[in-house]
Ligand binder design. Sequence first.
Ligand code: BGC
Length: 740
Amino acid sequence: MKKTKHQALCMLLLLGSLLQAEVTIEDKVSDLLDKMTLQEKIGQMIQRMPASGMNSEFIDLIKSGSVGSLLNAGTNNQWQLRNQFQHIAVEQSRLGIPLIYGRDVIHGYQTILPIPLGLSCTWNAELIEKGARMAAIEAAADGIHWTFAPMIDITRDPRWGRIAETCGEDPYLTSILGAAMVRGFQGEILTAADALVACAKHYVGYGAAEGGRDYNTTWIPERQLRDVFLPSFHAAVMAGVGTFMSAFNDINGVPASGNEFTLSQILRGEWKFDGFVVSDWASMHQMINHGFCQDEKEVAFKSVTAGVNMEMVGNAYERHLEQLIAEGKISEKLVDARVADILRIKYRKGLFDRPYNDGRGRDAILSSSHLQIAHQAAVQSAVLLKNDGILPLKKCRIALIGPLADSPFDQMGCWSGDGAVSAVVTPKAAFGERLGANLYYASGIKKSRDIGREGFAEALQAAAKADVIVLVLGEEQSLSGEAHSRAFINLPGAQNELAAALVETGKPMVVVIMAGRPLTFQNISEHADAVLYYFHPGTMGGPALADIIFGDVSPCGRLTVSFPRTVGQIPIYYAHKNTGRPPVPQSLGIPMGTPVDPREDTSKYMDVDYTPEYPFGYGLTYSSFVYENLRLSAPAMKIDGELIVTAEITNTGQFPATEVAQLYIRDLFGSVTRPVKELKGFQRINLNPGEKKRVTFVLKAHDLGFHGLDHHYVVEPGAFHVWIGWNAEQGLQGEFTVVE
Ligand code: BGC
């Protein structure tokens, strides 16, 4: 009894002190707000990009308190320039409110990790958190406070150039990996000098752009919004993300930067987010183009009322908020609330106590431990799609050919503006180190888009001298990323022709594809002895590739997006609905382009299989695994209970390898139709040859729900299937029921 009392007292004290800490920041925020003029408040809501270094006009703006944040502000290594701006804000503006510097630190800073889509193929949240930590340490040492990452948009469209920046098609996986990035960027203590404030973007639905064309319209019914597009953003809030970015797209007729439903009702109302929202680049002003606002004044009105705190690149807040208040269209209280969110994050980041960068921590940039993280991430991001047994290669004479075999800039992938090109190690450099005179290199084609065949002869000569061809194809950097959508997702330029010419030599051929998206390359994979999908692997892509090709490690990446056979299948994703006339396996194998008897009237294509070329979750290793003995702890679970699902996995091959065991469920009948499969868990396990391990998943009934007819989350009693599998199409199946 005594002990309980004591515990209660301690709890109270703890709670008291926690509350006090929070109250302190809130007190500081409201004290500061009390001192601010309306112009100074509006100044906090403006993010500007200094056109070029220091100029007197810009200095005056900072002095007058008309700048809350700077975007980019110098290139890398310009931490001193950032300090100069900060000195003006802190020492020469009336209230000395520090600036917050934002920048796109997406997949690394100077040390570049694989593009996020590649990173997600590691299915390794711990490693991804480490990678984000690494990026934060490097960027913070350069005077950056805030990164516009993670990008946690869900997309099911490889035409969309920004698929490169996503974690793929699945809301569950993106939630876990996105939260890991938030933790990595923000570190354990946000006030630490090496922590960056993270930004969950692009809120929301941006990845659903019609036709995969960037910035295009999105139509997302509320149920789908809540089941598919919102969970990763909610997970970011739960992980403590400091900021959000409102997207470019129009969602169901209301652009994201003027969307009261998503920005206020859901984000602040339902999720209790108390950080701030920055608009995406000029996305507020673009509401005029959308036809949602008549002029800039209406832009300011709709954005501020919907819930955007800070305008990135634009003048709507600067020019119109004051007048909107004067006209009684909005209250100063509303502006106070928007500014309070910004100040709260500035306090939480510790900018008032430590506004300047002292240049320390810069040794970490491109340090060997950072390069090692990039190396590990590149290894784990590689997905082996095909292997007739040629890999791993024994030491032999190799012809390394292709436009991506020695292209440091392209290898870094999109959004790597701060990346150190000189630090990139390409396959050519890495293979050269291992093979010396046994390496014969020829690009064949200089850039992925080139259509000339001038380089073919040299490539064929290299091939003639070698025992094996390693052909590194793909997309150059500029074919993916923002505003870089493609209507065709084949290998561009003369790459198919180059591959065909090399196939003619009859030499064994390993194809490596470095790209920003899933591509279609059936014709090549049919003839290649092995295909490794590498996305853009970053700084250490070369050495990591050598490790895999020569068998130092077994590849362990698994796809996080379904690969279509042809662009006409898009959107194609594993968690689709069943339809009333589901396709049947007999509809498989209809040869491309030769319509045959349609057999059944099912939901299929007449000219191509309805299935993906490679399913979500797919990836081979140098070993083989056998799954057996799926067990469920009970045939039923209570609606508030849980179930334990296990299976044994044995490494039946010759190599130590990592398996990614995946847990899927299907809710067989619902008050609304449910997907044929949904990922609910995964585990990476390392197994030596002959080793067997039991994987255990705890399935909580609460996680089996969805948003029902009334858009509220519901778990319905009834029958479920469950799988522990090795991709979204294959696994051991069991069943259970959920009971009231
Ligand atoms: C992109 C954002 C990015 C911002 C700042 C925009 O064009 O959509 O993702 O953070 O620019 O660079």
